[in-house]
Design a protein around this ligand. Structure first.
Ligand SMILES: C[S@@+](CC[C@H](N)C(=O)[O-])C[C@H]1O[C@@H](n2cnc3c(N)ncnc32)[C@H](O)[C@@H]1O
Length: 337
């Protein structure tokens, strides 16, 4: 088990840097120790795996998820098999399809959040070389142990950590791509998770996330009704309203016969902007900006109909006429002796 990149980690809530103390190192790998912030917060490392669980006492839905996934870990393959057979899906094609969207190269730095037993992580690891980095993060210790076992023979440096997807212990703009599949509907703070996964990916990098969510047009079909009855999680919808403003070129796809959604986006450097000052070529005139910010107050019916007549006579747009008229009147009143 590996814990090489100790300098990478930050406090999962606020980003304070941490110092490694009491470490036990074997062949340049930190096997145990503690990461301590200046304000005294301590995160322990056991068997090479730091535990960044935050908040210290998890919110109910995250705690429930940790307990239930821990109990599922042993029999996961059985459930996974049943799931794939239900939808007549091939796991390899499914994971390949998702992984391709990450647009990773052999030297990419990639994060797999809520990695479970590492099924998608393995697809990612196959693309990465020794120059790349793969970080696996998971809430359930038992699932993470499965991932550790599954990924032990890959050449890419791999870091494992325990924690909550809604509070990531990584610096801003660190990764080229980040991925999560299968748990986000029950994350306690979905908006925070979306903001966090975007924060840690550099501008231009990719985020690919997905979970259960029956396509809207299938909800009233036999397929939709039967499967949503067996698995109520399928009633969730993609949380598009919580995407951060830095999500660019957003694509939503329904996969697994339309029962799961996949959201893919490129991280933007800034929020989008437009040419607000262009004059709108119409009788009303004005710009996007002036129409939004330039409103003063309504006028009486009489004043409005006089203004329309005068504006038509002047040959100017309403914006130009009003702008000029108000400026003349205001200046006269302001500067008259
Ligand atoms: C259905 S499994 C999918 C695992 C894996 N991503 C895959 O595609 O096979 C969902 C995973 O999300 C993890 N999870 C649930 N809530 C989480 C949270 N708040 N933070 C991190 N992981 C979480 C669970 O422990 C579980 O391993």
């Amino acid at each position: 088990m590996i814990f090489k990149n100790k300098s990478v980690y930050r406090h999962p809530n606020g980003g304070e840097t941490m110092e490694l103390i009491d470490e036990k190192v074997i062949e340049s790998e930190v096997i145990s120790g503690r990461l301590v912030t200046k304000s005294g917060q301590i995160f322990s490392i056991n068997n090479g795996i730091p535990d960044f669980t935050w908040p210290i006492i998890l919110k109910k839905s995250d705690l429930d998820a940790r307990i239930s996934y821990d109990s599922l870990a042993e029999d996961y393959d059985k459930y996974n098999d049943f799931f794939l057979k239900t939808y007549n899906e091939n796991e390899n094609s499914l994971r390949t399809h998702i992984t391709e969207k990450l647009k990773i190269t052999p030297s990419s730095k990639v994060l797999d959040v809520g990695c479970g037993g590492g099924n998608s992580s393995e697809h990612i690891a196959k693309i990465l070389s020794k120059e790349g980095e793969l970080f696996l993060q998971e809430l359930s210790p038992k699932f993470l142990n499965k991932a550790v076992e599954k990924l032990k023979n890959y050449s890419v440096p791999i870091e494992f950590s325990l924690g909550n997807a809604c509070y990531l212990p990584f610096p801003n703009n660190y990764f080229d791509a980040a991925h999560h599949f299968g748990g986000l509907n029950t994350f306690s703070e979905i908006e925070n998770f979306l903001s966090e996964i975007t924060r840690v990916v550099k501008p231009g990098g990719k985020v690919v996330i997905g979970d259960e969510g029956m396509a809207p047009w299938l909800r009233n079909t036999t397929f939709g009704k039967i499967l949503m009855n067996s698995n109520p999680l399928l009633k969730y919808q993609p949380p598009l309203e919580y995407l951060p403003v830095y999500a660019g070129n957003v694509n939503v796809e329904w996969i697994i016969k339309g029962a799961f959604y996949l959201i893919e986006f490129t991280v933007l450097k800034n929020e989008p902007a437009a040419n607000y000052d262009l004059i709108i070529p119409s009788k009303r005139g004005g710009s996007h900006w002036s129409r939004y910010y330039g409103n003063l107050e309504g006028v009486s019916d009489e004043a409005k109909s006089l203004a329309i007549k005068a504006q038509e006579k002047s040959g100017k747009s309403m914006y130009e006429w009003l702008n000029e008229t108000i400026k003349i009147t205001a200046k006269t009143q302001l500067y008259k002796e």
